[in-house]
Ligand binder design. Structure first.
Ligand code: HEM
Length: 417
């Protein structure tokens, strides 16, 4: 290990991009300091939008809140789109399943990347010309590492259009004047489409055009990369742990028996085992973002943090600490969260996937959606490693910006729970 210096849970690694790694005693400090002291946005700026002015970054931050309210209001549309796309995919795969008892998915991350790209684009844009240009970029193979992050940046396709008014007109024409071809898919009527809603109500709510360059592509990008990765990890966990799969199936069966097939908000609340299974998957599959010091400061142990230093919290070791999570912290055991009292959508000392002091504002939205998506998937597919008897091996994790299973393949067989 290239360890340069350790002092009171503060570490510097010689070859790391970060200047300081903070250990568990610094969790609250690291996660609670305001944006003008330790900034996550500044790191994002350097990674994604170097050309933006400070004012534009500030505006983007503000627009995120506006966008979030619009999304929440369109929540049902996202759910319907997801169900429709998943069912359509299952229907397309039907031939494969007829010939084979189960289908071998070679790379669950690419498989889900494609599904989530489709969902995000239909939720937000839907119209075929935009869809096609996005899809061409987004379906390139991805590894989710730093290099592929660069590739994902291309998703910010609106950056290529230098003039925002032009962007807005293009979108307007696509959506209202039908200047593009008709939508190439007819799964939904498109009235819930987020871009359409913004364009229609832009003047009334005084929403600047900049939203099409900032919050909207930001959301698409984050939705695909975050939710896509977390759901891939969960499905891999389910395939590796037959005992967990059986509990999840039993929970879904009992909900179907009680309420029928459609999934309502009340049922999402009642999916307690799924809640714990996703929380546990996030625990093992999370690496929280780095932040940049905006001013000179001192850490609680007295270490001097110079302005512009990059600081991160050692999430991976925190999340594998037996002091916090009890027995076998490297193992996937959803039941531990019943004892710990952890809830997926609440950030807490035993669930730091969303941050802590200033947690992710999308946490409730994402948590509920992840439960909904996972429930649909579990009802449609039996998820295995081919055989429950032969141990196929976990193969550990790859730690990068996202934390991924090293193993990528699994087997799906169709069923209707
Ligand atoms: C599984 C999905 C997600 C996870 C695990 C996640 C996690 C996080 C984490 C750890 C933070 C940093 C908290 C801190 O500063 O310490 C954060 C912040 C943030 N996330 Fe998420 N996030 C997810 C999905 C999303 C999505 C879909 C969006 C939509 C754009 C989003 C938007 C944001 C924003 C705007 C912030 C900054 C909040 C602030 O600094 O005030 N997140 N998220």
């Amino acid at each position: 290990m290239n360890l340069e210096k350790t002092a009171g849970h503060v570490t510097k690694f010689a070859s790391s991009i970060s200047d300081f790694s903070l250990g568990k005693s610094h969790l609250k400090f690291f996660t609670s300091l305001p944006e003008h002291v330790f900034s996550r946005t500044r790191v994002m700026k350097n990674m994604y939008n170097k050309r933006w002015t400070h004012k534009e970054h500030h505006q983007s931050y503000e627009l995120n809140n506006v966008f979030r309210f619009i999304l929440i209001a369109h929540n049902n549309y996202l759910y319907k789109i997801s169900e429709s796309i998943l069912e359509e995919k299952a229907f397309k795969d039907l031939d494969l399943f007829l010939d084979n008892e189960s289908v071998h998915i070679k790379n669950i991350y690419s498989y889900f990347h494609e599904i989530f790209t489709e969902i995000a684009i239909y939720e937000n844009l839907r119209y075929d010309a935009i869809y096609n240009s996005m899809n061409n970029i987004a379906t390139q193979s991805m590894s989710f590492g730093e290099i592929s992050l660069q590739r994902m940046l291309k998703l910010r396709f609106f950056d290529n259009l230098s003039h925002l008014e032009k962007t807005r007109k293009i979108l307007y024409n696509y959506i209202f004047k039908g200047s593009s071809k008709q939508p190439n898919r007819h799964i939904m009527d498109g009235n819930g489409c987020v871009a359409k809603f913004i364009l229609k109500n832009q003047a009334f709510f005084d929403i600047p055009d900049f939203i099409f360059k900032s919050a909207l592509p930001d959301y698409i990008n984050t939705f695909i990369s975050f939710i896509g990765t977390k759901m891939s990890n969960l499905i891999m966990d389910i395939s590796l742990y037959p005992n967990v799969r059986k509990e999840l199936e039993a929970e879904q069966r009992s909900l179907i028996k009680k309420y029928g097939r459609s999934i309502t908000s009340k049922q999402i609340d009642e999916m307690v085992y799924l809640d714990a299974a996703i929380t546990e998957s996030l625990r093992l599959g999370t690496n929280n973002p780095m932040k940049e010091a905006i001013c000179d400061s001192y850490l609680p142990n007295g270490a001097f943090v110079q302005k512009s230093s990059l600081v991160k919290f050692t999430t991976i070791s925190y999340n594998r600490s037996s002091e916090i999570y009890g027995r076998d912290p490297h193992c996937y055991i959803p039941e531990r969260h019943f004892e710990l009292g952890t809830k997926l959508e609440e950030s807490s000392l035993t669930n730091i996937a969303w941050g802590l002091g200033r947690p992710c504002p999308y946490r409730q939205y994402c948590a509920r959606y992840m439960k909904y998506f996972a429930a649909l998937f579990i009802r449609l597919y039996n998820i295995t490693q081919g055989s429950d008897n032969g141990y196929t091996g976990h193969q550990g994790y790859i730690f990068d910006i996202h934390v991924l299973h090293a193993k990528k393949n699994l087997f799906l067989s169709r069923r209707d729970l």
